[in-house]
Design a protein around this ligand. Structure first.
Ligand SMILES: Cc1cc2nc3c(=O)[nH]c(=O)nc-3n(C[C@H](O)[C@H](O)[C@H](O)COP(=O)(O)OP(=O)(O)OC[C@H]3O[C@@H](n4cnc5c(N)ncnc54)[C@H](O)[C@@H]3O)c2cc1C
Length: 398
């Protein structure tokens, strides 16, 4: 098989994972990333077992685990006054793995030889012919083009590739949710007996906290909000005003967070697309199925996508046919998870006292059973095997 070339638009987790997978499958890859300093921002996130299986299949499981910490926040649910609705049961519940986005980005990027990721390269134009794809992109030095056998659109919820190839695709939908995220300074707010993570359900507000490496804690607060685009002079003060009176250690975690590091996001998702592929172009990650963060599955699904894409292209001579298979495998799952993630906050973030009362009582009564069944639908996923790296071409930096 001759050299097969791929351009990947976007160097987020999905784009980097696709680059690692495709190289493992024998492809020559270029990642065009809009940001001049990729991976600089971000707070933390958590990963379920399906994502860890994908990381293993991509050959980066060890690196993934090295920057991650087990978190019990998925099965430790509390109310604002500190009561437990559900407690993590060691041996029965599965911990998630939490890490800092910048840490994960760093270890994934380190798997790619220098020059694979081109920063400050913004994809704008896509043209397909029978034999390949031409990608037009902007750089600080002026417009440039790249040609390849395959284009992967891993450029996030507002994907330029999606707009170029599917001009009629629906725009992202605001889900009337606002999310703040922060990371504490190392050691700040870290209890002496260790920190294992929790979530706290208020009415119309959900707080969560995960341990990170170096005794840091990643926290988030999601709330209901009518319109996108609200601005606050001091985001940390706003978070404190809303949940600073909640149970320990929430006040300490907020006190240990540098105000300048707090991030605020309006939450949008995508309606289901009619296809993730067109000829030699495939969408992956948020570009294909951006979802609300309520199931903590967006990045997990991006990793799954990357694994399936790379496995399907390992021996492929007919790229459009391989992409059609990718679409066939991935779209039903992407649609299911995104739908569940859209449904979840309709109840879990309800501002209705009746719904909140019912939700907390039922969670307390049914506890682990319901949560485990829901998790199984998300986490039961078998990773495909991707071809081994070409001999003499190790995955590390060249
Ligand atoms: C508040 C919040 C919390 C979340 N928590 C979790 C969690 O705990 N677990 C989980 O699994 N998921 C979580 N997610 C979802 C997760 O962040 C996304 O699903 C994931 O980042 C998607 O990765 P991606 O690579 O597809 O897209 P992105 O991370 O958006 O990356 C896209 C990349 O493409 C680049 N780009 C954009 N346009 C262009 C262009 N035209 N040309 C070139 N490059 C371009 C961007 O700069 C970016 O680097 C959360 C999301 C939010 C908003």
């Amino acid at each position: 098989m001759g050299t097969r070339t791929a351009v990947i638009a976007g160097g987020g987790i999905g784009g980097l994972a696709a680059a690692i997978g495709l190289r493992r499958a024998g492809w020559t890859v270029t990642v065009l990333e809009r940001s001049a300093e990729p991976g600089e921002v971000g707070a933390g996130w958590s990963f379920a077992p399906n994502a860890v299986r994908a990381a293993d299949a991509l050959g980066v499981g060890e690196q993934f685990r090295a920057v991650s910490v087990p978190t019990e926040a998925g099965a430790t649910l509390r109310t604002p006054d500190g009561r437990y609705l559900m407690r993590f049961r060691p041996g029965r519940d599965t911990p998630l793995l939490a890490n800092h986005r910048a840490d994960l980005h760093r270890v994934l990027a380190a798997q790619l030889p220098d020059g694979v990721v081109q920063p400050a390269a913004e994809v704008a134009v896509v043209e397909q012919s029978g034999h390949g794809v031409t990608v037009g992109y902007r750089t600080p030095g002026g417009p440039a083009t790249a040609q390849a056998d395959l284009l992967v659109g891993a450029d996030g919820i507002r994907s330029a590739v999606r707009r170029a190839v599917w001009p009629d695709a629906p725009a992202p939908v605001f889900q009337r949710i606002l999310c703040w995220r922060g990371v504490t300074e190392p050691g700040a707010g870290w209890p002496a007996d260790g920190f294992t993570g929790f979530q706290t359900w208020g009415r119309g507000a959900r707080f969560g906290a995960h341990p990170l490496t170096r005794q840091r804690v990643f926290w988030f607060l999601t709330v209901r909000q009518g319109e996108p685009g609200l601005r606050y002079a001091d985001d940390l003060a706003e978070v404190r005003a809303r949940v600073g009176g909640w149970h320990d250690p929430i006040p300490d975690l907020l006190a240990g967070t540098p105000a300048a590091s707090v991030l605020r996001h309006d939450i949008f998702d995508l309606d289901p697309l009619p296809s993730y592929v067109d000829g030699r172009v495939a969408l992956l990650g948020d570009a294909a199925h951006a979802m609300t963060p309520f199931l903590a599955q967006g990045a997990c699904q991006a990793l799954e996508d990357a694994t399936v894409l790379a496995a399907g292209l390992a021996d492929a001579t007919d790229v459009p046919a391989a992409l059609a298979r990718y679409d066939h495998i991935r779209r039903p799952r992407g649609r299911m998870v995104a739908r569940m993630a859209r449904q979840d906050p309709k109840i879990s973030l309800s501002t209705s006292p009746v719904t909140y009362g019912l939700m907390t009582r039922l969670t307390h009564l049914a506890g682990g059973g319901v949560a485990a069944r829901k998790a199984a639908r998300l986490w039961d996923w078998t990773a495909p095997t991707i071809g081994e790296p070409t001999i003499g071409e190790p995955a590390g930096k060249s």
